[in-house]
Design a protein around this ligand. Structure first.
Ligand code: ADP
Length: 678
């Protein structure tokens, strides 16, 4: 049989599949995005780190170059502390116009500015005493205390703008005095930005610098937004003499949250997910349609009012309906999908469900397989359960086969019954012809003689006697008596034959009436003993002639029956008993069975063979139908008898032992109890 088809479970299954696909796609897309973002950020970081390295190198280069310029100036002054300003200006001019980016340089012996180059625009600086200028004294003091270069700033200059100030202490040559003074190189902030490439880099990245006055990572920011430090930037420490800055670089606008192609990736995943969804839903739709078709086919096959089985090209059972299943289930085994046809047959043979195969299994199997392999075959199969199955098989174009099983048990039985009835009717016709012809032949045998009395020897003798003139009256009387005796003998024989014919015709009429339901009975309360006595009396001469004892046992019972019909029943049964008994006795007894009275007619006759007893009450049945049979009859007596008994509400049965005798017993209702009724 087929799988069950369920619309709603399919819908649920599809919703489940769609959810799985959506969830899976979402999960994959998310994982991919996470990995690609991480890779992208890693690459970005390493690219940026490289950039940061370059920027740091340029910053350090710029600072160191300018610090070196300042240190060179300091070294000259340390060697020639008494050098004239003009001479100093020449040296400063030489140094500042070289590779240096310093905007100006100042010398402050004893921490008071006495020399500035270039002087123009910086005149105000001359005479500035660092000790009295707190905003600058810190860095100056630091340079003196560490004894080396200190980068201060950026600071806002008196003359405007922002700049770093490189302070270089100048040692003193005078004994007891450590420092001659200090050199200050001013590096313009914007120049610094340009020289270190920070101006260009700032356009590409978020850049910040902190550690004003060389205070390193702890110092305050002096370039870019301080917030950049909090945004996970690439950090680089920029080291210079006696101080450090910290450089922070992050991609412009902050770190990206996705790889640049993430929208495309999402699009690809969405498209892939949709495609997968379409394929899966399409596939489930096809499977569903197939199952739906199978379900339609299965219900159609199930609706067939016969057993249906389908075998594939390998001869395996691939579909069957419950009628098919039931046929074999009733016969004793369960058919299972996938079983090869030959295995089904072998299973059946093992369980002996095919009676006609018993004892010739191999032969039967090959005959059955031969029929099965034919293009079309039609078989009637008898099963051990007693059922008959019509099997029709036909090959399908793909090499399989379709089989239809129809239970024809009833048909078979009806056919057998019809055949039996037909046989009985033919036998009846034979019998009837014979039975009717015998008395008719007798009658017709006498009529020519009677219509032409002159041909009778006795009549001729009488005529001869009368023609004689000396006819003796006594002789004439005797001749007349002979004629009369001969004619009355003929009449008696004709009468008997006529009566026999009449009884035959009456039997046929009775039966046809009974079959048409046209016999009406008028039951009255009858005294059984009286009725039985008259029947016994009727048959006594015949019984005596055969030397059989015939009698009945008085019972004092009454029955409620139609007198004429009850007599007919008894006459039939006693008549049959007499017919089929050659010696011994025939006894009639009546028995009180409660509601009914059972009347039994027992004989010691030839009895009835066992195989004939079931059919004995059927119409036209005679056990011995040969022309040479011992007793006359039509085969109608018992059929009529049974119908009459049934009409009274009774039943009839027979027990018989061949060679020993038979007992026919029938019941009749009792009349209502008068005492109870009163
Ligand atoms: P028939 O007119 O041929 O007797 P019945 O219907 O009365 O027809 O009987 C049918 C057949 O039953 C008889 O032909 C006979 O073979 C068998 N039969 C009936 N009664 C007896 C009996 N008492 N003993 C043996 N056979 C009997």
């Amino acid at each position: 049989m087929f799988r069950q088809y369920n619309q709603s479970s399919w819908r649920n299954f599809r919703i489940f599949l769609a959810s799985v696909v959506v969830a899976l796609t979402f999960f994959l897309a998310l994982s991919y995005e996470r990995i690609s973002t991480r890779d992208y950020l890693t690459n970005l970081r390493s690219d940026l780190s490289r950039e940061v390295g370059i920027i740091r190198a340029r910053i350090e280069g710029t600072i160191n170059a300018n610090a070196n310029t300042s240190r060179a100036f300091a070294a000259i002054l340390a060697a020639h502390p008494e050098m004239e300003n003009d001479h100093l200006s020449q040296i400063a001019s030489f140094l500042l116009n070289g590779s240096s980016r310093l905007r100006e340089i100042a010398a402050a012996p004893d921490l008071v500015i006495r020399f500035v180059y270039p002087l123009r625009g910086n005149e105000a600086a001359l005479g500035l005493d660092f000790r009295k200028t707190p905003s600058q004294y810190g860095a100056v003091k630091k340079a003196l205390s560490v004894g080396g270069t200190v980068i201060a700033g950026p600071v806002t200059l008196v003359q405007g703008g922002k700049a770093f100030i490189i302070r270089v202490p100048v040692p003193s040559q005078q004994p007891g005095k450590k420092w001659w003074g200090i050199i200050s190189g001013v590096l313009d902030f914007d120049t610094f930005l340009k020289a270190s490439g920070l101006d260009v880099a700032s356009r590409k990245f978020d850049i910040a610098l902190r550690g004003a006055d060389g205070t390193g990572a702890q110092g305050t920011p002096f370039l870019g937004r301080g917030a950049i430090f909090a945004n996970d930037p690439i950090l680089a420490d920029i080291a210079f003499p006696n101080g450090a800055w910290q450089l922070a670089v992050a991609p412009a606008g902050g770190w990206p949250t996705h790889a640049p192609d993430y929208l495309w990736a999402r699009g690809y995943f969405a498209a892939g997910g949709l495609l997968m969804l379409a394929i899966i839903l399409g596939a489930t739709w096809l499977v569903q349609k197939r199952q739906q078709a199978e379900a339609v086919l299965a219900s159609a096959i199930e609706a067939i009012d016969a057993g249906f089985a389908l075998f594939d090209a390998d001869d395996r059972l691939i579909a069957f309906n419950s009628n098919y299943y039931d046929v074999y289930k009733a016969a004793g085994y369960e058919v299972i999908l996938g079983t090869p046809f030959i295995t089904l047959l072998r299973n059946g043979l093992e369980r002996k469900i095919f009676p006609d195969a018993i004892g010739r299994e191999q032969e039967w199997l090959s005959e059955r397989m031969r029929a099965h392999r034919q293009e079309r075959s039609s078989i009637e199969q008898h099963l051990a359960s007693g059922r008959w199955i019509s099997i029709r098989e036909r090959r399908t174009p793909d090499g399989g086969s379709v089989g239809i099983r129809v239970d024809i048990t009833a048909l078979k039985q009806a056919r057998e019954a019809a055949e039996a009835a037909n046989r009985a009717k033919s036998e009846f016709l034979n019998t009837m012809t014979h039975e009717l012809r015998t008395p008719l032949t007798v009658i017709l045998g006498f009529t020519p003689i009677l219509s032409n009395l002159g041909t009778m020897p006795s009549v001729r003798a009488l005529q001869d006697l009368l023609d004689r003139p000396d006819a003796d009256i006594d002789a004439v009387r005797k001749a007349v008596a002979r004629v009369v005796a001969e004619i009355s003998g003929f009449a008696t024989t004709m009468d008997r034959s006529g009566k026999h014919l009449l009884s035959l015709v009456n039997d046929i009429l009775d039966l046809s009436k009974a079959e048409a339901g046209r016999i009406e009975i008028a039951p009255t309360a009858l005294d059984l003993d009286g009725l039985l006595a008259t029947v016994v009396e009727q048959f006594t001469p015949e019984a005596e002639r055969k030397g059989i004892h015939l009698g009945h046992q008085p019972s004092g019972l009454s029955v409620l029956a139609d007198e004429v019909r009850l007599r007919q029943i008894l006459v039939n049964l006693v008549g049959n008993a007499l017919k089929f008994t050659d010696s011994g006795e025939i006894g009639i007894t009546a028995h009180d069975m409660g509601e009914q009275v059972e009347i039994r007619v027992r004989d010691t006759g030839c009895g009835i063979p066992e195989d004939a007893i079931d059919n004995i009450f059927a119409t036209f049945t005679q056990i011995d139908t040969s022309d040479t049979r011992r007793a006359q009859g039509t085969g109608l007596g018992l059929a009529i008898t049974k119908k009459l008994v049934t009409l009274h509400g009774g039943t009839i049965r027979v027990e018989s032992t061949p060679g020993k005798g038979s007992t026919f017993a029938f019941t009749m209702p009792k009349p209502p109890d008068r005492n109870v009724a009163a």
